[in-house]
Write a protein of this length. Structure first.
Length: 120
């Protein structure tokens, strides 16, 4: 019984110490620029990634483009998230994560959606 309690306390101490020294996450919504030129560029990059994922899913037989099936959506979400996550662009990762889910993977979203993030 004493060993279990000791192991639990040790695990809690290790988890607490790791969390205390964690750096801020670069993918938080405030981690991308808020000026018009940078946001337009980030939006174009993210939209190209989503459209490329849709094209790849379409040609692989999973659907894509106008298909609304679950396999198609899963394919697009997986490819887009993987591409953004493996990019070394922290601003793009933050922008991608800041977009609402109904817009993040929409190939036909309004071209001016990025304007909602502009700080004046």
């Amino acid at each position: 019984m004493r060993a279990i309690v000791t192991a639990g306390l040790l695990a809690a101490a290790l988890i607490g110490s790791v969390g205390a020294f964690a750096e801020p996450v670069a993918t938080q919504p405030g981690a991308f620029p808020r000026d018009e030129v940078s946001l337009r560029d980030l939006d174009n990059k993210q939209l190209r990634i989503v459209r490329r994922a849709g094209a790849q899913c379409f040609h692989s037989g999973e659907g894509g483009f106008a298909s609304r099936g679950p396999a198609s959506r899963a394919c697009i979400i997986g490819l887009a998230d993987n591409t953004v996550a493996t990019s070394e662009d922290e601003a793009l990762q933050a922008y991608h994560n800041a977009l609402p889910l109904n817009v993040r993977y929409d190939e036909n979203r309004p071209g001016l959606y990025w304007q909602r993030f502009v700080e004046k």
